[in-house]
Design a protein. Structure first.
Length: 143
């Protein structure tokens, strides 16, 4: 385990800087990490990285406080999970969303795209992806 230490006072008192994965592992139900998780999702998009645990944690917090749900961030999470197929990550995240929300765009489109990939319908997948590029273009590295 590697720690980065940051001085917080002139007396050289040090406090550890934790990674988002460490914070999620220790206290995943803490609503105070909500803004950090949203920022971390954007960091995943920008750096083309991926953290299922952090994404599931954010979706879980959205379940507890639906009024704080950011649809754009949820869509980005699902696009990242779509990129992780054939892992079950996409379905794990979909189970965290209310059924009513799953029946709306962009989520319905993402469900259809996942189905095409799982059913080896690559032509259908790319045709639908091209028609819905506005959903996918916010996540670099998709195509």
């Amino acid at each position: 385990m590697q720690w980065d230490w940051v001085s917080t006072t002139p007396e050289r008192e040090v406090t550890p800087q934790y990674t988002m994965e460490q914070i999620v592992a220790v206290n995943p139900y803490n609503p105070d990490i909500h803004p950090d998780l949203e920022a971390y999702m954007q960091e995943q998009v920008n750096t083309q990285t991926y953290s299922l645990d952090a994404n599931l944690c954010l979706l879980r917090l959205y379940q507890f406080e639906p009024s704080r749900m950011n649809i754009q961030i949820v869509a980005r999470i699902l696009v990242k999970e779509l990129m992780a197929l054939p892992t079950p990550d996409f379905n794990l995240c979909m189970f965290m969303l209310p059924e009513k929300l799953q029946m709306e765009d962009p989520f319905l489109t993402l469900i259809n795209l996942a189905h095409f990939l799982e059913a080896i319908g690559f032509r259908e997948f790319w045709d639908k992806a091209a028609r819905n590029h506005h959903i996918l273009e916010g996540v670099p590295g998709f195509a």
